[in-house]
Design a protein around this ligand. Structure first.
Ligand code: AMP
Ligand code: MG
Length: 535
C-alpha cells in the first residue's frame, strides 16, 4: 500500500462547497447547543474517534467520487471518513432545519449528528455532498450525543444502497466505520441502557436539503433568508427552472410534488416503510432520506409500521405513506407561501402530487402484474381485489409477485396446479381455508383472462414482472443477522448483503435463502419486526 499516493488521492478531490459559500453562516463558532437564528448552517468539526475501523464501503458510490479501490482500502480513507482527518477542501458544517414530527411542529431540529464535509465535483461534473452521520455533537444536537450505533448504521448503509439498486430515489452511502468507542442507548426506552459499538456512515447525495430547512425560516418569519435558500436551491438543484420568480417558485414546488409522488410510488412498489416521515425527513429532491426505524413488508399488511414509537397511532404505516407525503407537501407549501403570496397555484401544484401518484400507481401496478398498460375499466377492480386477497392471510408480498410471474396464461390447469407456485408465499398454511382458496383462484382466473387480452408470451410477461418485482429486499431479519455478526466483529454478512442487493431483480444461484420467507424465530424479535427511534 502506498499511503502517500492514497493520501494525495483524497486530498485531490475537487470541492466546491457552494452551500456554505452562498448562504449565511451562524456567526457563533462555539460548538454548544443553541437556537441558530439568521443562518442556514454552523461551522462544526467532527469529533475525533479512538480506533476507527472499516466495516464496508460501496464501490458504486466510490466510483461516483472517482475513488479507487486502493484508496477505499487505505488507512487514510478510514481516518477521513471516521472524521479524524479533514481532506484538503473539506469545510465541515451542520445545517439548521425544523420540522413537523408526528404531525406537530417541533421547532428547530437541524443536523444533530450529521456533519457535512463539503461538495465534491467529480470528473463528469456531478456534484456530490458528503455527510458523516454519527461524528459527534453539533449546535443542533439538543439533548442527544451526536453519535450513532453500529446497529442503526448497518441498517442505513445497507438500505440506502439496496434502495438505489432497486431503482428507488435515495441518498447513498459511501462507507461504514466503527469508531472503536462505545455509545450508550436505551433501545426500547424502557430503562435498560446498554453500551453498543459506535459507528459512522458517510452519506452521499446531490444535496441533503429537507422540507424543514425552509420551514424553520418561515416559522421564524425570516423571509429574506427563506428567499435566499429557495433561490440557492433552484439555482443549484433545479437549474432547468430558470431564474427565480414567483412563477418559478410555483414550478419548483410542482416539481417537488412530482418527485415526491414518484418516490412514494416506488416505496409502495417494493414494500418499503420509512417509519418516520416527519417533514425534517423529507428531501427537497424527492430522495428517500434518514433511514431510522424503517422496515420491509413481509406479509402484505397496509397497517404495518416497524416503528414502535408510532405503534399507537400508526401514522407512518405502509398504507398511509401516500397521504402523509401529501400532508408534508402541504407543510412545505405553507413554508414557501411568503414567496408566492397566492394560495391557488400552490394548491394546484399539490393536485399534481395526487395526479402523479395516481398515474404512477397505476403504471406501477400494471408493471407488477405484467400488463401492457393499466386499463382502469378492468384493472382498477383487478388490483383492488388482489390487494384484498393479499391481506386475507399472511402472504409474503415479495415472494407472491415473483411467483405470480410463474403462473401460466393457459387457463386449462386444475385449481390445485394453478395455485401451486404461490404456496411458498404463505406464512401460516392453516390459514389457507377452502374459502380463501376459492377467492384466490377466482382472482387468478380473472388475471389469466386479463393477460390473455394482452397477447404477450408468458416469457415476456415474466421478464417484465421480474424487472419491477424484486427477488431480494433487505428483509428485516437479514439486516438483524448481519448486525448480530458485525457486533461480534464479523463483517462478512454486511458485505455479503451489500453484494447480494446490488442485483435485487436477478435470481442469484446459491443465494436462494436470502429470498425466502422470514423464519418463525424472527416474527417477534426486536430489530426484526419492531424498531424504535433509538439509534
Ligand atoms: P430523526 O428522528 O432521526 O430524524 O431525528 C430528529 C432530530 O434529532 C434531527 O435533528 C436529528 O439530527 C436529531 N438526532 C437524532 N439522534 C440524535 C443523536 N444521537 N444526537 C444528536 N441529535 C440527534
Ligand atoms: Mg432525521
Amino acid at each position: 500500500m502506498n499511503s502517500q499516493r492514497n493520501i494525495s488521492q483524497l486530498d485531490q478531490l475537487i470541492f466546491d462547497n457552494r452551500f456554505i459559500h452562498e448562504l449565511p453562516a451562524d456567526r457563533d463558532t462555539i460548538n454548544n447547543r443553541r437556537q441558530v437564528i439568521g443562518a442556514c448552517y454552523s461551522h462544526v468539526l467532527p469529533t475525533p474517534v479512538a480506533k476507527p475501523q472499516l466495516v464496508a464501503y460501496s464501490r458504486e458510490v466510490a466510483e461516483l467520487l472517482d475513488l479507487t479501490t486502493e484508496v477505499c482500502e487505505s488507512e487514510d480513507f478510514i481516518q477521513v471518513f471516521a472524521g479524524n482527518r479533514l481532506a484538503v477542501g473539506m469545510e465541515p458544517y451542520a445545517t439548521c432545519y425544523g420540522g413537523h414530527q408526528f404531525g406537530y411542529w417541533a421547532g428547530q431540529l437541524g443536523d444533530g449528528r450529521a456533519i457535512n464535509l463539503g461538495e465534491v465535483i467529480n470528473k463528469k461534473g456531478g456534484r456530490w455532498a458528503l455527510q458523516l452521520k454519527g461524528a459527534g455533537p453539533t449546535p443542533y444536537s439538543r439533548t442527544a450525543d451526536g453519535l450513532a450505533v453500529l446497529r442503526s448504521s448497518v441498517r442505513e448503509f445497507l438500505c440506502s444502497e439496496a434502495m438505489h439498486h432497486l431503482g428507488v430515489p435515495t441518498t447513498r452511502a459511501l462507507s461504514l466505520m466503527l469508531t472503536g468507542e462505545p455509545v450508550v442507548r436505551d433501545m426500547f426506552y424502557n430503562g435498560n441502557p446498554k453500551a453498543e459499538p459506535g459507528a459512522i456512515v458517510c452519506r452521499v447525495a446531490p444535496s441533503f436539503t429537507r422540507f424543514g430547512n425552509f420551514q424553520i425560516l418561515t416559522a421564524r418569519r425570516d423571509i429574506e433568508l427563506l428567499k435566499k435558500l429557495a433561490d440557492y436551491t433552484i439555482r443549484t438543484d433545479f437549474p432547468h427552472l430558470g431564474k427565480p420568480s414567483a412563477e418559478v417558485y410555483i414550478s419548483w414546488f410542482a416539481e417537488v410534488c412530482r418527485r415526491t409522488a414518484e418516490m412514494i410510488v416506488h416505496w409502495q412498489r417494493v414494500g418499503f416503510v420509512h417509519g418516520v416521515m416527519n417533514t425534517d425527513n423529507m428531501s427537497i429532491l424527492g430522495l428517500t432520506i434518514d433511514y431510522g426505524p424503517y422496515g420491509w413488508l413481509e406479509n402484505y399488511d397496509p397497517d404495518w409500521t416497524p416503528n414502535t414509537t408510532d405503534a399507537g397511532e400508526k401514522r407512518y404505516r405502509f398504507g398511509n405513506q401516500p397521504q402523509i407525503a401529501f400532508w408534508n407537501l402541504g407543510q412545505l407549501a405553507n413554508a414557501i407561501y411568503p414567496l408566492v403570496e397566492q394560495a391557488e397555484p400552490l394548491q394546484d401544484a399539490l393536485a399534481i402530487y395526487a395526479d402523479t401518484f395516481e398515474q404512477g400507481w397505476q403504471t406501477m401496478m400494471a408493471g407488477k402484474l405484467g400488463l401492457n398498460t393499466f386499463d382502469p375499466a378492468t384493472d382498477e377492480e383487478l388490483s383492488k381485489e388482489l390487494l384484498n386477497v393479499l391481506q386475507l392471510v399472511e402472504t409474503d408480498m415479495t415472494i407472491f409477485y415473483r411467483q405470480l410471474a410463474m403462473i401460466s396464461s393457459q387457463d386449462l390447469v386444475s385449481d390445485d396446479a394453478l395455485i401451486l407456485p404461490l404456496m411458498t408465499a404463505y406464512y401460516v398454511p392453516e390459514q389457507l381455508t377452502s374459502g380463501y382458496k376459492i377467492r384466490l383462484i377466482n382472482w387468478l382466473r380473472l388475471y389469466i383472462k386479463r393477460i390473455q387480452q394482452d397477447a404477450i408470451s408468458d416469457e415476456t410477461r415474466r421478464e417484465r414482472m421480474n424487472a419491477v418485482n424484486p427477488n431480494y429486499v433487505l428483509r428485516n431479519y437479514l439486516a438483524q443477522l448481519a448486525i448480530d455478526k458485525a457486533e461480534q466483529g464479523d463483517f462478512a454478512m454486511v458485505n455479503e448483503l451489500l453484494e447480494l442487493l446490488r442485483h435485487p431483480y436477478d435470481e442469484q444461484p446459491g443465494k436462494e435463502e436470502f429470498a425466502a420467507k422470514r423464519p418463525d424465530w424472527a416474527r417477534q424479535r426486536p430489530g426484526c419486526s419492531m424498531l424504535s427511534c433509538s439509534s
